[in-house]
Design a protein around this ligand. Sequence first.
Ligand code: SAM
Length: 317
Amino acid sequence: MRLEGQKAAGFFPTPPGITADLIRQLSPNPNTAVIDPCCGSGDALRAIRAFLKGKSWGIELEEGRAKASSKGNTHVRHGDALEHSAEGFSMLFLNPPYDDGPNERLEKSFLRQYATSLVQDGLLVFIIPEYVLADCTPILTRRFRRMQAFRFPKEHYGAHQQIAVFGLRNEDDANRIPQKAIRVFDWDKRDSYQLPNADNPHIGRQGVSDAVMLKQAGSGPLWRAIWHQTKPVDLTIRPLMPLREGHVAMLVATGRMNGVVVEHRDAQGETERYIVRGSVEKTILTRYEPHVKVETEKFVAVLNALNLKTGEITTIK
Ligand SMILES: C[S@@+](CC[C@H](N)C(=O)[O-])C[C@H]1O[C@@H](n2cnc3c(N)ncnc32)[C@H](O)[C@@H]1O
C-alpha cells in the first residue's frame, strides 16, 4: 500500500480501556522514555507518559494527527517512521498500520526497524492482528525474551482480531535461535513490568545511522560471514608522496575508504581486522565579538571502525 493509503486507512487507535489495562502493568519512573513510531493522534502515548511521568517520542505520517499528538507528548515528528531509526528507549509502544507492504507485511517492517530502539530489558508492547503473529515470530523471539501474547478482550477483538505482544529487549541476540511459535492467551494474568531508565533516547532521520548499522552488523551472524570472505583491499593507486593526515581525512570524508578492511597488530602480536566507514559531521562554532555573535560552520571527518573479531565499534573524529 502506498503512503497515502497507509495514513488514510491505517488509523486504528488503541481503545482507551486497553491502554488503561496496559498502564496497570507498569510503575511510574521519571527516567523513562517511550516511543510510539505510529502514534496517530497520540492518545495512547500521552496516557502512558502521563502515568510513567517520563518522556515520550512519537512519529506520525498524517499531518493533522501528528499535530494533535504534539499536545501532551514531549517530542513528535511528522513523517514516515520507516525512514527514521531510534535508540535508547525504555518502552516501545508499536501499533503499526495493518497491511501488506511492498515486500512484506508492514507490521513486520516496523518491528524490524524499531526492535533495536530499546535499551537492554526495555519493554515492547506490539499491537497487531493475531494472523500476523506467525510472520513476526522469528524477529520477536530473536530480539526479545519473556515473550507473551494476549488476545484483546471480546468486546475489542472482533474488528481487527488484535493481540498485544509483550517482550523484553535482549541486546545479546547474536546467537539466539528464533522460536517457531508464540502461544496466545486470553486477556488476563498479564505480567507487571519495571521499565529500565532510558539512555540518551533519540530518533535519527534517513534509516539506520552509521553507528546503529555497524552495531547491528557487529552483533549479528553476518559479521562472521564477512570475516571469512573479506581480504584486505589492495590499493592499486599509489600516491606519489606519503599521505598526510589531511589527505587521509579527505579520503574518509568522501567515502573513498568505506568498506576497506584494515589490519592492526595488537600488543600481543594478534592481528585484528576492521571494516571502516567514513562520514562528515557539521558543527557550528560560536564566538562573540563586540555587539555581534559570529557562527562558523566546521566540517569534521568521522571514521567508524568495526572490529570483525569482537564486533566493537571505534569512532575517531
Ligand atoms: C493503528 S494506528 C495506531 C495509532 C496509535 N499508535 C494508537 O495505538 O492509538 C497506526 C497509525 O500509523 C500511522 N502510519 C501509517 N504509516 C506510517 C508511517 N510510515 N510512519 C508513521 N506513521 C504511520 C497511521 O497514520 C495511523 O495513525
